[in-house]
Design a binder for this molecule. Structure first.
Ligand code: IPE
Ligand code: IPE
Ligand code: MG
Length: 250
């Protein structure tokens, strides 16, 4: 199981081991060009391909992309169905390439509301890449940080019902293995494009000590150059994890 930033001090290096991204600004990218919002989502897929490739080249081990939040169902019906279609088409088109590139694909989130065909494609894509380990690519789909903590708690209580009568025994390390990204270390770097500076219910547990980087670029404009700028900024951070600067200098 991956270690916890609140229980021990993680190692840091120049390139984040785990990068998590909120890919935001597709709609505004399109609106600015008098195009329908959906055109922005389609261009956003190209940015995903660029960033996956660039991360692989730079030695990132885990890349997590927020594709659809548990709150995105609130959008107009047409936009939601376009996003679902796009997700399916992209999986279908890209899976062979990802498989060849050694990418291991994980989809996290509550998949139960997705149509059966999409659920099947997700299972198949995960199974096909299960032996890979060049880059762990996680797509968060119908994901919410609060959902994640709750589903972990439910699983823990189902596995260890005796904890209900001894709540003091519920340590962080008891719950963490049930979180949906227990296979990955916590993100070192978080990027949100599109200019907003919020977490929008993304990995709220896992971002406890993550460096947060906000870019004004809209997601469809994001690529290797913008990624390098974020990594450059990341290198200047002093990751103290609660300690003082003087302690780090020693
Ligand atoms: C992010 O872009 C993509 C998803 C949330 C699926 P948006 O669609 O949120 O784009 P803006 O924020 O409206 O520009
Ligand atoms: C967050 O973006 C979700 C994804 C990128 C998938 P939103 O555009 O939905 O976030 P808010 O509503 O502006 O906070
Ligand atoms: Mg948005």
């Amino acid at each position: 199981m991956a270690s916890s930033s609140t229980l021990s001090i993680p190692e840091s290096s120049d390139i984040p081991q785990h990068l998590a991204i909120i890919m935001d600004g597709n709609g505004r990218w399109a609106t600015k060009r008098f195009l329908p919002r959906t055109a922005g989502h389609m261009r956003g897929v190209q940015a995903v391909r660029r960033v996956v490739e660039a991360c692989g080249e730079r030695g990132v081990e885990y890349l997590t992309l927020f594709a659809f939040s548990s709150e995105n169902w609130r959008r107009p019906k047409e936009e939601v169905s376009l996003l679902m279609r796009l997700f399916m088409q992209t999986l279908e088109k890209q899976i062979s390439k990802l498989e060849r590139q050694g990418v291991r694909l994980h989809i996290v989130g509550d998949l139960s509301p997705f149509e059966p065909r999409l659920q099947e494609m997700i299972r198949d894509a995960q199974a096909r890449t299960a032996g890979n380990n060049a880059l762990h690519l996680t797509i968060a789909a119908n994901y919410g940080g609060r959902w994640d903590i709750l589903q972990a708690l439910r699983k823990l209580m189902a596995a260890k019902p005796e904890l209900a009568s001894q709540p003091d025994a519920i340590a962080e390390s008891e719950l963490a293995p049930y979180l949906s990204m227990a296979y990955a270390p916590e993100p070192d770097l978080f990027i949100r494009t599109g200019g907003e500076q919020r977490i929008s219910n993304f990995l709220i547990w896992q971002l406890a000590y993550t460096e947060l980087y906000f870019s004004d670029d809209f997601w469809p404009d994001f690529g290797a150059k913008e990624l390098d700028a974020a990594f450059e900024w990341y290198r200047t951070r002093e990751r103290r994890f609660g300690r003082t600067s003087a302690q780090l200098a020693r």
